[in-house]
Design a protein. Sequence first.
Length: 106
Amino acid sequence: MYAIVRSGGRQHKVAVGDIVEVDKISTAKVGDTVELSTLLLVDGDSVTSDPWVLAGIKVQAEVVDHHKGQKIDILRYKNKTGYRRRQGHRQQYTAIKVTEIPTAAK
């Protein structure tokens, strides 16, 4: 059984026990439980994609860690003018462990 969930403008495929890296959830502390909205639910043969049914299904996950991602370098250069700019960025992430995926009521 797995679900497609939405977090931080992205979609993730999750199953129970998976550890997923999502954009930082600033309100959650390590050990807290968070709810993720479900877009699709696959349980064996049945696939649930009805938004009315999925509105009541929230995937439960526990916050494991807050950390920074790998550094990316942003370089700007214009030829023959001496224009050079260097900038770096490290994205903030939250690692969450999926603890429960409720099934759709039939």
